[in-house]
Write a protein that binds this ligand. Sequence first.
Ligand SMILES: Cc1cc2nc3c(=O)[nH]c(=O)nc-3n(C[C@H](O)[C@H](O)[C@H](O)COP(=O)(O)OP(=O)(O)OC[C@H]3O[C@@H](n4cnc5c(N)ncnc54)[C@H](O)[C@@H]3O)c2cc1C
Ligand code: SF4
Length: 511
Amino acid sequence: MKVRHLILLLGDQLDARSAALEQADPLRDVVVMIEALEESTHVRSHRARIALFLSAMRHFAAELGERGFKVHYRSLQTHNDASLGQGLQAALADLRPQGVVAVEPGDLRVRQQIEAAMPPNLQLQWCEDTHFLCSTRAFAAWAGRSKQLRMEFFYRQMRKQWQVLMDGDDPVGGQWNFDAENRSGFGKAGPGQIPAAPVFEPDALTRDVLALVEQRFADHPGSLAHFNWPVTRAQALSALEDFIAHRLPSFGKHQDAMWTGMPFGWHSLISSALNLKLLRPLEVVQAAERAWRERALDLASVEGFIRQVLGWREFMRGIYHLDMPDLKQANHFQHRRPLPAWYWTGQTRMNCMAQSIGQTLDYGYAHHIQRLMITGMFGVLAQIEPSELCDWYLSMYVDAVEWVELPNTAGMALFAAGPRFTSKPYVASGAYVKRMSNYCSGCAYEPQHRTGEKACPLTTLYWYFLKTHEAQLASNPRTALMVKNLQRIEPRESTEIEAKARELLSHLDDL
Ligand SMILES: Cc1cc2nc3c(=O)[nH]c(=O)nc-3n(C[C@H](O)[C@H](O)[C@H](O)COP(=O)(O)OP(=O)(O)OC[C@H]3O[C@@H](n4cnc5c(N)ncnc54)[C@H](O)[C@@H]3O)c2cc1C
Ligand code: SF4
């Protein structure tokens, strides 16, 4: 058969309705999927992340085959391509198509690699990624009209455009944002009974992949023992349905709370399915809104959830495409320290870090506040080089793809892009962790101590951070109060904090 188009389908483009597949003709085109080694090793990926991508890709290839597509699947076992570019060139040599069609990759690195691999005499047609609710062009136009790049304004426009939680031109409930109701800890009693997420028993295909990853990536971080992520669209839809039925009703109130032995809380656990494109954001948002209308759910919970998907997720993607490649080099505070080795093992006496990293190693998952206010916040307070921590996040989470990981880590958690798209650095002392979790009760340190033997590293480094950046933080209305509190500290104690902070910073590997 003479091949018309080679349809290149990347591992995070598993959408049967993608623009590239919609225009494909099973009689004349061939779909190519490549398990390139480099995608698992350019950062040392968590084994669950590798297994998720490979299993989902293989399931999707099988489904395409059932739908009549010819799939040229290049697995690690059969072809062992070192990189996407190499795999593409080999597939081009085998199939000799008249052209290549692909959906635009989420990550700039991948796009550049594919473009570089194309022979000059062959046409590459990029299709827009219609998974998203705001195109990169529309985002750039919005950014061009905006005085400030702030998620809240973008989100309001998206609510209006997609008529989500709207009452005519007004937001339902009379306000756009109910965040103030969504920040409770659990109190001493703890989280109580939280409905468990559904179980997806690994089928033969997933079991093969788990064995392959166990053997081939033995030196990579993370465990496969708890692997339970949706790997097909049917499983992804059932994960969504289960969340909407059982956890969405209480999602909001304790969204930020953390507790030992509670890796998932009331969270949806759908980010990996969304990022692989097994789920579509509009169906997720509409399912949540429908549940609110039909079951009179708490509006703060439903709005809080919808804001993450319709607001934050689309906003971060827009920012990535607007600000790359500069975002990858951004380092507002000029932090240069290496990442402590215990980020890869969880072996630290700081219990909040040990818990958050430990569950990350077990599941490839931590919820937003663990990522932002524990592992991320330590990074900014301990002056870690942003690229080191960005690589860690990209390695460790099953939902990690650069277009969403980088703006969250560099931009939001580390304030590496300065005030470009977040209004303040997210910093707090150990008192915040104590309020939002039970981590401090099992810790070698004391959250209220900022000096002395038992001083909590987060607390000491928080005050030192304020001192170091006092002028900058005082001029920002969102952080000015922190600086006022700093100025209440006696000069003698201030000197002691500084000495303690310097000591901690010089021994980060020993905390
Ligand atoms: C430092 C840092 C790194 C992050 N890296 C990633 C990443 O690599 N991939 C990723 O998908 N998310 C990332 N996030 C955002 C967020 O933490 C995860 O999306 C969320 O924890 C996934 O769990 P969930 O599906 O249970 O989400 P829920 O808490 O149930 O939220 C629902 C959905 O909203 C979306 N969402 C929520 N917050 C964000 C956000 N800030 N940006 C984009 N989408 C959001 C996700 O698709 C998520 O599935 C990161 C956040 C931080 C602070
Ligand atoms: S005392 Fe400090 S280091 Fe220990 S758990 Fe609490 S916040 Fe974390």
